[in-house]
Design a binder for this molecule. Structure first.
Ligand SMILES: Cc1ncc(C[n+]2csc(CCOP(=O)(O)OP(=O)(O)O)c2C)c(N)n1
Length: 363
């Protein structure tokens, strides 16, 4: 295909043609993809906010890497709609979540580009490490296994088994953290706090570069200290530049990257591709990006039924769902039994526990 002027997504050979476009053309395509996502999910229902957050990230992954030779493992299968659109399933995308239609999650039997079956949660790094190890054993030194993992999924223990093994492995594994500050409800816990503190930091690469340049200009002690910063894993480095826990686990760390800036994303991913060791890429995204009702209420637009695009209002308003009936009943039980506590799966509203949380916040 010759060079594309104004890209018509329906006429492209995807994902290969993406590499022929300029960044500006790809930004236009991201706009088209957002419209397709909103239009389809408004009719069929689905995971809207999560997918609106991963449009540019997915575009960048497919421009920098070569699926299916490079293997992309989505931890949170419900972030992969753009991946589906960009890997030959655009025309069928209108059948999303319909009988015999496109699945709402990754399915290797649906496409060679779906490297792993994933719904939820926290399994991607272990799966990608297995794939990366198999690549290495079969003599493939050029391709990568890429795990894309959400911050909600990063609160699950199995992720840390994967990171523990992957960081010290001699493989081409790249872990991309898609950090949007939200599970379905807001994240909780120490890990969420840690990741959140990193979100607001200036790019670690830039800080590191600045510290090195500053040391370059410092006579006598500058150079030796700079070498120590660059080479050592010891206390000197930590004194000057506190390292991330991912580096401590053996990864090269890149980030935080603005997950809606294609140029920055592509640069970061190209750097990740060039590093000859396990890499951890930290990407900040906005859940619901580009659709005002979803940006304002990402939790409500996490998973939705059909809705009116103009207002974001659901087509059918349920007076009472099973979850809300359960939640109200639990409150009555909580009144009678003071020892009753409730535990959510990071989704207070989805599990009907908002009533209990309001009435008995300490329980
Ligand atoms: C083991 C498990 N716990 C909880 C859930 C409920 N759940 C579904 S999606 C989700 C949040 C995912 O958050 P994140 O990984 O940040 O992805 P996002 O949707 O924000 O893009 C949760 C908690 C689940 N599906 N599986």
């Amino acid at each position: 295909m010759s060079e594309i002027k104004k890209p018509d997504i329906y006429k492209m050979n995807l994902p290969a043609d993406l590499k022929k476009l300029s960044t500006a053309q790809c930004e236009e395509l991201c706009g088209d993809i957002r419209k397709i996502l909103i239009d389809t999910v408004s009719k069929n229902g689905g995971h809207l906010a999560s997918n609106l957050g991963t449009v540019e990230l997915t575009m960048a992954i497919h421009r920098v890497f070569e699926s299916p030779k490079d293997k992309i493992v989505w931890d949170v299968g419900h972030q992969a709609y753009t991946h589906k659109i960009l890997t030959g399933r655009l025309k069928e995308f209108k059948t999303l979540r319909q009988e015999n239609g496109i699945s709402g999650f990754c399915r290797p039997d649906e496409s060679v580009h779906d490297a792993f079956i994933s719904g939820h949660s926290s399994t991607s790094v272990s799966a990608a490490l297995g794939i990366a190890t198999a690549m290495k054993l079969s003599g493939d030194k050029t391709h990568h296994a890429i795990a894309v993992v959400g911050d909600g999924a990063s609160t699950g223990g199995e992720l840390y088994e994967g990171l523990n093994n992957a960081g010290k492995s001699d493989t081409n594994i790249i872990v991309i953290l898609n950090y949007n500050e939200m599970s379905i409800s807001k994240n909780v816990g120490g890990m969420a706090k840690y990741l959140s503190s990193m979100r607001t930091k200036e790019s670690y690469q830039r800080t590191k570069g600045r510290v090195e340049r500053m040391l370059d200009k410092t006579p006598i002690i500058g150079k030796p200290v700079k070498n120590a910063v660059r080479n050592s894993k010891n206390a000197v480095k930590n004194m000057i530049l506190h390292s991330t826990m991912f580096e401590d686990l053996g990864f090269h760390y890149i980030g935080p990257i603005d997950g809606h800036n294609l140029e920055e994303l592509e640069q970061g991913l190209m750097a990740a591709k060039a590093v000859n060791k396990p890499v951890f890429v930290h990407v900040n995204t906005i859940k619901g990006k580009g659709y005002a009702p979803a940006e304002a209420n990402p939790g409500e637009f996490h998973g939705v039924g059909s809705f009116e695009i103009k207002t974001g209002n659901p087509d059918v308003v349920l007076s009472d769902s099973f979850s809300s009936i359960m939640g109200k009943e639990l409150c009555e039980m909580g009144e009678k039994n003071k020892r009753l506590c409730a535990v959510t799966a990071a989704m207070k509203y989805g599990t009907g526990l908002q009533y209990f949380a309001k009435r008995f916040p300490e329980r």
